[in-house]
Design a binder for this molecule. Structure first.
Ligand code: TRP
Ligand code: SF4
Length: 405
């Protein structure tokens, strides 16, 4: 299937350094699927990290570096998806600023993460302008690429909702007026006399006579135009119905259902609990850690029966092993037919096999910083170009375009 420019996915991750299996099965495997089907933009949200971790600037560079290697190691493919770093595309800052002009304070104050995080991270001073504005920075990230889909976890859905409201308001305020009329006329001129005339006639037929065929014909005509950009096509699409111009299309959240990934102590796997298996961990460490992972507390001795539902190892089986193994565990654990070490073995094998591929993919990048640099430079350049296209129409809409530039 050919990927359409108007079928764009955007997602970002804060640079947290090396990723773990929770990230892999929660987020990255979803990215791998998406990159096959959509025009994907995946970026490192380094400015977002500064909104909460401004006191540790020295951690940014290694964290960005290691995380990008993990993306590539996981199979995110720079030939299929555009990978970039937020701060390499300063246009995000300009869009954030321009959106901030029309974003009511209350919209930001009521974003749930604002109060939550301030309470959770109470050892930090988060009474900052940057922290309040960070969901709007995320809106700029998304709207910049005119993304239709934004794969996120549940906690991020309110941010995508905010983004939709901001886009709607921005379009409403700036999608009309003289500059839009001029852009419509410019686009029509670019289409050529004949096509422009047909477009106008069909649009007229739709508006004056309510003839749906007129609308359909005009849309079809637009789709076939070679001389105008996607942005101009959207402009003329909206114009058919007399709607204001859609400068920034509204995105939709694509909720990622995360697999339940227990950490080595049985709690949810998370860096802050120190219970993770890193994507590129040493096999010997992984094996040892899994062997000592807690199981059903009722199984003190080998011949105590167990219950997989009370065992974090069973959650790992659900992610890693096949249905035959599942049946074996479900049958043998409750009657103490296997010991926990027996039960863990097929799991250990699967995790190690998965990681072997990942470590192998990481190797060329680990040993060759120039290679990683060139991958990122290409992605950054592509993102800059896409961002500048959007920014040009945003500048036009808000009036910051002058004859001398
Ligand atoms: N805020 C997201 C997080 O903390 C990261 C992020 C920044 C993001 N910009 C984005 C995610 C845009 C999706 C789209 O995880
Ligand atoms: Fe858990 Fe497996 Fe041991 Fe049962 S046999 S308690 S499922 S590790």
């Amino acid at each position: 299937m050919a990927k359409q420019a108007q079928d764009r996915v955007l997602s970002g991750m804060r640079p947290t350094g090396r990723l773990h299996l929770g990230h892999y099965h929660g987020v990255l495997t979803n990215w791998l699927k998406l990159q096959e089907e959509h025009d994907c933009y995946f970026f490192v949200a380094d400015w977002h990290a500064l909104t909460t971790h401004y006191e540790a600037p020295q951690t940014l560079a290694p964290n960005v570096w290691e995380m990008v290697i993990d993306w590539l190691a996981a199979g995110v493919d720079p030939e299929k998806a555009t990978l970039f770093v937020q701060s390499a595309v300063p246009a995000h800052a300009e869009l954030h600023l321009l959106l901030s002009m029309v974003t009511p304070l209350g919209w930001l104050e009521r974003v749930p993460s604002f109060k939550d995080q301030q309470t959770k991270l109470n050892d930090k001073d988060l009474a900052t302008y940057g922290f309040l504005g960070y969901p709007l920075l995320q809106s700029a990230d998304i709207l910049m690429y005119r993304a239709q889909h934004v794969p996120v976890g549940e906690d991020q859905v309110p941010h995508v909702e905010l983004t939709r409201e901001v886009a709607r308001r921005f379009n409403h305020m700036f999608g009309k007026g003289k500059s839009v009329e001029r852009q419509i006329n410019d686009a029509l001129t670019k289409m050529g006399k004949k096509a422009a005339k047909t477009y106008k006639r069909m649009r007229q037929d739709y508006i004056e006579n309510g003839n749906e065929a007129g609308k359909a014909g005009a849309l079809e005509l637009l789709a076939a135009q070679q001389n105008i950009t996607d942005i101009e096509k959207q402009l003329l699409q909206g114009h058919i119905e007399g709607k204001g111009r859609i400068i920034l299309p509204e995105p939709a959240a694509l909720l990622t259902k995360a697999a339940k990934m227990p950490g080595l102590d049985g709690q949810k796997m998370s860096k802050s609990y120190g219970n993770t298996i890193a994507l590129r961990d040493e096999p010997a460490r992984v094996e040892k850690a899994l062997r000592s992972m807690p199981t059903d507390p009722a199984r003190v001795r080998r011949d105590d029966p167990g219950d997989p539902e009370k065992c974090p190892v069973w959650d790992l089986h659900k992610v890693y092993t096949d249905s035959k193994t599942h049946e074996w565990v479900q049958q043998e654990c409750p009657r103490a037919g296997i010991g926990c070490i027996d039960c863990k073995q097929p799991l250990i094998d699967k995790v190690l096999a998965e990681q072997a591929v990942i470590r192998e993919r990481a190797e060329p990048y680990e040993n060759n910083p120039a290679l990683l640099k060139s991958v990122m430079a290409a992605g950054n350049a592509k993102a800059q170009q896409a961002a500048n296209e959007t920014l040009a129409s945003v500048r036009e809409a808000v009036g910051t375009v002058y004859v001398y530039n």
